[in-house]
Design a protein around this ligand. Structure first.
Ligand code: FE2
Length: 324
């Protein structure tokens, strides 16, 4: 089986190709705001995705050294994500599936982050901390779906970092700009909100933004990272104790942060659990993870109907059907 996967939930258009679990291509292009301080403008990001699609499609096929007739399955990220952006992957996959008379399969974006991280870590049954722009969840896999043990009660961690970076006037990519400044900072107190295994970040954003005039950028970035990652570690540790899992994994865009990896790694070690994370290329949004997950689902007998395929902006990980 050769599967072509299309990702377009937010700022990245990704087209990846997998053959029996092996990644043959992973072509990506990211929409960048025209002005510093500007977030993702859905219409412009969607324009970027549709304009770059033909180039990226050819690039992915060239990387894989394949012609279109060799593709046996088209996978696309169904959601969650930004409606206007999601439409690109869905429409393109539907068109390619109909044109080449090959099956189509919708993939949950969160699920694909988890599957690709499992591939690279070799983990079979991990406790996962999934951290990205719009999502923050602590979850485990059950027979038919995911069980969300804890999650953000307001905004995603990546959203918090992006919003704060824009307040500071930092350049994109915001997460790595904050990580760099944090290396030279010292601690200043910020609010800390963990409720069992759930978390809240919007009050923290308000508090750290209010401190901008009186505190250095370095100190604020350091303190924000330390506070957020301590919150994530505390909630994850509680989930680890509760579930007794032996593997801990971090995935999603924010999982690229070295300090988070270090703190989560130490927490896992204290409990005698293994810790793992995928390479950065596969924690950022990408098409290979969609292709890889599409292949897994298809091999389990799960099918999507062309006429039912549509973007699902609020598609939760615990709505995913993992097995028949
Ligand atoms: Fe993502």
């Amino acid at each position: 089986m050769i599967c072509l996967g299309i990702e377009s939930t937010a700022h990245t258009l990704g087209i990846g190709i997998c053959k029996n679990g092996e990644i043959l291509a992973n072509a990506r292009s990211m929409y960048k705001s025209a002005k510093p301080g500007e977030g993702i403008i859905p219409r412009k990001a969607a324009e970027h995705h549709s304009e770059i699609f033909p180039t990226l499609y050819k690039q992915a096929l060239a990387q894989a050294k394949l012609t279109p007739d060799k593709i046996g399955l088209y996978a696309f990220s169904e959601g969650p994500g930004i409606g206007a952006c999601l439409r690109t992957a869905c429409a393109a996959a539907k068109y390619l599936s109909a044109k080449h008379r090959k099956p189509i399969i919708g993939v949950n974006h969160c699920h694909s982050h988890i599957e690709i991280a499992k591939k690279f870590t070799g983990f079979k049954d991990p406790l996962t901390l999934y951290v990205s722009g719009g999502n923050t969840q602590i979850l485990v896999e059950e027979k038919k779906s995911f069980h969300v043990l804890g999650e953000t009660l307001d905004i995603g961690v990546g959203n918090l970092f992006d919003s704060f970076a824009r307040e500071l006037g930092l350049q994109f990519a915001h997460g790595s700009a904050i990580e760099q400044l944090a290396l030279k900072g010292k601690y200043t107190e910020l609010p800390y909100t963990v409720k069992g295994m759930n978390l809240a970040f919007s009050g923290l954003f308000t508090a750290v933004s209010k401190k901008i005039p009186s505190t250095s950028k370095e100190d604020l970035c350091y303190s924000l990272q330390e506070t957020v990652y301590a919150m994530l570690c505390e909630a994850s540790e509680r989930a680890l104790t509760l579930t007794g899992k032996r593997e801990v994994m971090v995935c999603g865009g924010v999982a690229q942060n070295k300090r988070l990896q270090q703190m989560m790694g130490e927490m896992a070690k204290e409990h005698g659990a293994k810790f793992g994370v995928a390479p950065n290329e596969f924690n950022a949004d990408n098409g290979a993870m969609i292709a890889y997950t599409g292949e897994i689902l298809f091999s389990r007998g799960i099918r999507s109907k062309l006429k039912d395929c549509r973007p699902r902006q609020k598609y939760r990980s615990d709505e995913v059907r993992l097995r028949l």
